[in-house]
Design a protein. Structure first.
Lengths: 396, 254
């Protein structure tokens, strides 16, 4: 774990004037940086198992990457507008403004940090009723040791359908602090998958928020598979009835890796459903923490919210904290929560062994199977195989 | 001719209490032995002792065609040719039936069937057992009914075609149709090239299943010992008289 000494605030403020003024003015950036320093992360404090203080995490001023190197966009559907953030700010400012900085992520500590240094990123605009062919892939691969602050902004008009895959790759020792904001109109169907495979020593902090329209079906699917520190916020604010929201997260810290995932589903309108599924494992000295928030507002009658999280502990020093937090203000709702934390069941191992499969392979098979219900919610067979393969490597 | 599954003076303790008190039994290749007995007599303990469940402390000797079974880990016992149909099979969520069976077949008979042929074999055996092909994509025993689990055990028996198969109360909880399918499946295995020499130990509480799989030898276990061995007619006698008469006879002998 790299030592995350607090950088001198002044040096970070000095960097701001060299950034894209068309996207955000120096003053807006400075106000965001003020918020970053003023706000608390609200995250786990160092203790018996957890050793990272997220309140003292900050980028090195000299590491701030100003080029847009490391951004790759893949999109095979010409009806969909996909461009980098700087282009969007210059050529489509009205469209961008309908989604950028509209979800509340900028009010969080790391959302504010990402805003202060905004520049790198992608904008995806789906016109009404466009059914996008194939997934749109946005890949961020920072140079080793660099600090990047990517923003992925999605605006989907009524009835549009798309699958978006964000990849975070490479970048040994890199610092990644990014946001995703997804705003949809009614009847949109949108799956946003994240596969995080940052390099050794990397710190990856992401704040992601969605605002689905009426009768929209939206989903996060997040796999935190790399980096030494991964802190991820996945939130969906339901403000219109008929919405269906799904949050899936899987993670697997090993060695000294730390993963901190917070999911938040806010039912602010009734007659909407949400389903959160989290599967995690930890091995060696891996540490993980999951906080699952479900909030149902007093007027959100007819809400149906489910939260399921299961954690598998594969070594004595591994640790997973799982905290469900349900705040239910309405009385005519369905809310379900279930959680398990434990080791692999010996009866399962014996059953698999009794079919000629050796103990190591049996444990690997059972652990991979444990993740499968979450893996199945990711798009495309090649992405699912990649996740299985990466998990299998971590298990061996 | 292989020597058989030869069990000699097998004793087993769990948490300090002796459950098996010296079992002698030989299952010859191609023969069907039934092991009957009341609940708690040690039948399932025998099955787990032979297959290597970590909870059981076992002494004595068990040779599988000459190989010292008790020295082997459970997976190696299976690869030596031993199979157990579990009374309560574990569910393995996230592991699909087809993938599991392929992994098991590969472990026990490495490289003998290319995937396409394996799939054909699987479909054929599923058809024989009245199992819907959609089972291949379901998670192993996860959310299965009791009857579905037992059919899946029989499917594994058919696909793995072991040298020696122990069926632990496979009949319990099955209706007549399912029981008949189990019987047909065993008959089909015994009629196949792979399963011609499979020796069976069918553990059961009730004689019912023995109408569908006719045993060559019937043993009765009471209190951790085999108290009587006979032919098929012994099963009929138990059906008529129950275990009490045998228990009294055993008591008189002991």
């Amino acid at each position: 774990m790299p030592n995350s000494a607090v950088a001198s605030p002044n040096e970070l403020y000095d960097v701001l004037s060299s950034l894209d003024g068309a996207l955000l003015s120096r003053e807006e950036r400075a106000r965001a940086l003020d918020r970053f320093f003023a706000l608390r992360s609200g995250r786990e404090k160092p203790g018996r198992f957890w050793r990272v203080d997220l309140d003292s995490v900050a980028p090195e001023p000299g590491a701030v990457e100003r080029s847009s190197a490391g951004l790759q966009i893949e999109n095979s559907d010409s009806r969909v507008l996909v461009c980098d953030l700087a282009t969007a700010a210059r050529q489509h400012p009205q469209l961008l403004a309908r989604a950028f900085a509209t979800t509340g992520v900028k009010a969080t500590k790391f959302g504010a940090l990402a805003r202060a240094f905004a520049g790198l990123g992608a904008f995806i605009y789906l016109r009404a009723d466009v059914d996008c062919n194939g997934p749109i892939t946005i890949a961020y691969a920072p140079p080793a040791g660099a600090a990047i602050f990517p923003h992925t902004i999605v605006l989907a008009e009524r009835g549009a359908r798309a699958t978006i895959v964000e990849r975070i790759e490479g970048g040994e020792g890199a610092f990644f602090c990014g946001t995703s904001e997804v705003v949809t109109e009614e009847r949109v169907q949108l799956l946003y998958a994240v596969v995080q495979r940052a390099g050794t020593g990397a710190r990856v902090i992401s704040s992601r928020a969605m605002r689905p329209g009426r009768d929209a079906e939206v989903a996060w699917a997040s796999a935190e598979l790399g980096g030494d520190l991964a802190a991820s916020d996945l939130s969906i604010a339901i403000e219109h009835p008929g919405a269906r929201a799904e949050v899936t997260a899987l993670f697997f810290p090993r060695a000294a890796e730390h993963v901190d995932v917070v999911s938040t589903v806010e039912h602010r309108a009734g007659e909407a459903t949400s389903e959160t599924l989290v599967k995690s494992a930890a091995t060696e000295s891996g540490q993980a923490r999951f906080l699952g928030n479900i909030r149902i507002a007093p007027h959100a009658q007819g809400s149906d919210a489910r939260l399921r999280d299961d954690a598998l502990l594969l070594s004595r020093n591994a640790h997973v904290d799982s905290v469900p937090a349900l705040e239910i203000g309405a009385n005519d709702v369905k809310a379900y929560h279930g959680a398990t934390v434990g080791a692999i069941d010996e009866e399962q191992v014996f059953y698999v062994e009794s079919r000629g499969i050796d103990r190591n392979a049996a444990e690997r098979m059972i652990a991979l199977g444990f993740f499968e219900p979450a893996i199945e919610r990711f798009p495309t067979e090649s992405l699912r195989s990649e996740i299985r393969h990466t998990l299998a490597e971590k298990l061996s | 001719m292989p020597e058989g599954l030869r069990i000699h003076d097998l004793r087993c303790s769990v948490d300090g209490g002796e459950i098996l008190k010296g079992i002698d039994l030989t299952i010859e290749p191609g023969r069907v032995h039934a092991l009957m007995g009341p609940n708690g007599s040690g039948k399932s303990t025998l099955a787990f002792s032979l297959t290597g469940h970590p909870k059981y402390e076992v002494s004595g000797s068990v040779l599988l065609d000459g190989e010292d079974l008790l020295a082997l880990a459970p997976d190696k016992r299976a690869r030596a040719g031993l199979f157990l149909s579990f009374q309560y099979p574990a569910a393995i969520p996230g592991v699909k039936v087809a993938n599991f069976l392929h992994a098991a077949r590969q472990a026990e008979r490495p490289g003998d069937l290319p995937p396409a042929k394996f799939r054909a074999l699987l479909l054929e055996k599923m058809d024989q057992l009245g199992i819907d092909p959609s089972f291949m994509g379901r998670y192993l025993n996860d959310g299965f009914s009791g009857g579905e689990k037992k059919r899946l055990e029989m499917l594994q028996l058919a696909v793995l075609a072991p040298k020696y198969a122990i069926l632990d109360e496979t009949d319990s909880g099955l209706d007549i149709d399912a029981l008949k399918d189990v019987g047909d499946s065993i008959a089909a295995l015994r009629a196949s090239d792979e399963g011609r020499d499979t020796g069976f130990l069918i553990i059961t509480h009730y004689p019912r299943i023995l109408q569908y799989v006719i045993p060559d030898v019937v043993h009765v276990m009471i209190g951790g010992r085999i108290v009587k061995t006979g032919g098929h007619d012994l099963a009929h006698r138990i059906e008529r008289e129950g275990y009490d008469v045998l228990r009294e006879e055993a008591g008189a002998v002991a």
